[in-house]
Ligand binder design. Structure first.
Ligand code: ZN
Ligand code: ZN
Length: 280
């Protein structure tokens, strides 16, 4: 369960802090964002799935993700407060030249605009023109919204986990929220490859020999790099020049906390970037 996992991750980070204080800055920022996420998650009540299992099955067969924007149970006042809290974390940690966080806060002051931005983000509509108008970097806006929306999406993802029939879904986007995968793992039992949603942490089964970004199955385009323990893999695609990081669970006996793996493998991102590959 993602919510329980986040609490375990926070406890582990606390433990590390005690052992080899202080944490590097990227982990400090991550811990603060995660703390906000956990606080918000604990204040949200469980939701009922907005679909019956028959409706869900029909949508999955048609390649339609299960959670429509209008079906997300938002209390906009709470979303607004959470946005401010996330911007505060970013503001207190990152070099803030040119008063970016002030402009990030201003975005939320216009309620109609704020709502529209969140809807566009959820529907994967590029935020470039909004970012230019508000004078904030598009990447920062996207990353902020991802942190803001995470608890609201995971509470729905948890409610809908039982509706995702894996055999009906081998697609490049999340069966719950239509987000992209930013991590993968090979399971212990059969070495099947699972993708993990960057937005709601839903996991879904995916072909091992197919690019999760462009869908090519051309084997000359696909390869992976691995470390000497063969625990981590960097799947790269020469067709779209994108990559995805993965962990092979058969190669480790540690308890793996998937969301933490994203952060602990930043060196793989560096390697991928140096080799000319971009994240999805
Ligand atoms: Zn998702
Ligand atoms: Zn590709």
């Amino acid at each position: 369960m993602p919510r329980e996992t986040n609490k375990v991750i926070l406890a582990r980070l606390e433990e590390w802090k005690k052992q080899d204080a202080p944490l590097p800055q990227y982990l400090t920022v991550y811990a603060q964002l995660l703390q906000r996420e956990v606080e918000m998650e604990s204040s949200l009540l469980p939701v009922d799935p907005p679909l019956t299992s028959e409706q869900a099955e029909q949508r999955l067969r048609q390649g339609q993700s299960l959670l429509d924007f209008d079906a997300i149970a938002f209390d906009w006042k709470v979303v607004h407060e959470h946005y401010r809290a996330i911007v505060d974390v970013i503001d207190s940690n990152l070099a803030n030249e040119d008063d970016e966080s002030h402009r990030m806060t201003q975005i939320a002051d216009n309620f109609e605009l704020f709502r529209q931005i969140i809807e566009d983000w959820y529907k994967n509509i590029p935020l470039s023109s909004i970012a230019i108008e508000a004078c904030v970097p598009e990447q920062l806006l996207n990353a902020t919204l991802q942190a803001v929306m995470k608890p609201f999406l995971t509470v729905h993802a948890e409610a809908m986990a039982g509706l995702v029939k894996q055999e009906l879904w081998r697609r490049r986007y999340c069966p719950v929220c239509h987000g992209k995968a930013d991590f993968a793992y090979l399971d212990k039992a059969r070495s099947s490859r699972w993708l993990v949603c960057s937005r709601c942490d839903t996991e879904w089964l995916y072909q091992r020999l197919e690019c999760p970004h462009c869908g090519t199955q051309e084997q000359t385009h696909l390869s992976y790099l691995t470390d000497e323990t063969e625990t981590y893999r960097l799947y790269v695609c020469k067709n779209c020049h994108k990559y995805i990081k993965a962990i092979d669970l058969a190669k480790t006996n540690e308890v793996i906390l998937m969301p933490l793996e994203r952060i602990m493998t930043l060196d793989l991102d560096r390697q991928a970037n140096e080799a000319g590959y971009q994240p999805g």
